[in-house]
Design a binder for this molecule. Structure first.
Ligand SMILES: C[S@@+](CC[C@H](N)C(=O)[O-])C[C@H]1O[C@@H](n2cnc3c(N)ncnc32)[C@H](O)[C@@H]1O
Length: 215
């Protein structure tokens, strides 16, 4: 398919195809349905269903036991990660907003993963270093404030085991990745830091998902 990959603008999917494949491969049980629903006042900025399933499968594929997430929201991606962990596994998920953390706590319990998830409330830049002693980690999933991705990426590289995964959502920065401003430059440094330390790719999901395997 190399010819197709290089054909600018080529797209072989539409809404119907995305709906169908999502339904067939990535449908939700009650726990995921609950964590996917954002109540009034909480923005619906969680992963899409197929992206959530992709993250779940990646975590499962490497037999991960220890995972860190930056950006819990109300626990959708966290549920996907926690359910994919090997027996005895644990997820530490960092969330700035106490209301999001409270809602996520209830959703994790309802999804049956409350005992394998710790929610760490506060700004990720400050809370991540408190997790160092639990490492090295198998997976770090970054999905929070975009201006700090460079920082979160560097923390991930320093605290992942060789062969561990770093994942970063919104890696196209809502279409602004190649703009000439401080936030875009910081996001490009995140890409470049991951590429320097990992075997990596940016998967063209709607807003880009960086995947790196630490060397
Ligand atoms: C895109 S949402 C996360 C979605 C979630 N990963 C999912 O797919 O279900 C981003 C979350 O990061 C949180 N956040 C924003 N700035 C943060 C920071 N500095 N540290 C930790 N969390 C932060 C927001 O409050 C929000 O809940």
């Amino acid at each position: 398919m190399a010819d197709n990959d290089s054909r600018a603008g080529a797209r072989y999917y539409n809404e119907a195809i995305l709906d169908y494949t999502q339904r067939v491969h990535a449908s939700h049980d009650a726990g995921l349905t609950r964590a996917f629903a954002t109540p009034d006042g909480v923005p619906a900025i969680q992963l899409g269903m197929s992206e959530g399933k992709l993250v779940h499968l990646l975590v499962k594929m490497i037999g991960a036991r220890k995972a860190v997430e930056v950006g819990t929201l109300v626990g959708y991606s966290g549920t996907q990660i926690a359910r994919a962990l090997a027996p005895g596994g644990h997820l530490w998920t960092c969330e700035f907003d106490p209301r999001h953390a409270e809602l996520a706590r209830a959703n994790f319990a309802a999804a049956g993963v409350g005992d394998r998830v710790t929610i760490v409330v506060g700004p990720g830049v400050e809370t991540l270093p408190t997790l160092n002693a639990h490492g090295p980690f198998d997976v770090v999933f970054i999905d929070a404030d975009k201006q700090n991705y460079e920082h979160y990426g560097a923390w991930a590289i320093a605290n992942l085991r060789p062969g561990g995964l770093v994942l970063g959502d919104n890696a196209f920065l809502f279409g602004q990745l190649c703009d000439d401003d401080a936030r875009a430059r910081a996001m490009r440094r995140f890409h470049e830091g991951v590429a320097a330390a990992c075997d990596s790719v940016c998967i063209p999901t709607p807003d880009g998902l960086v995947l790196g395997i630490k060397r």
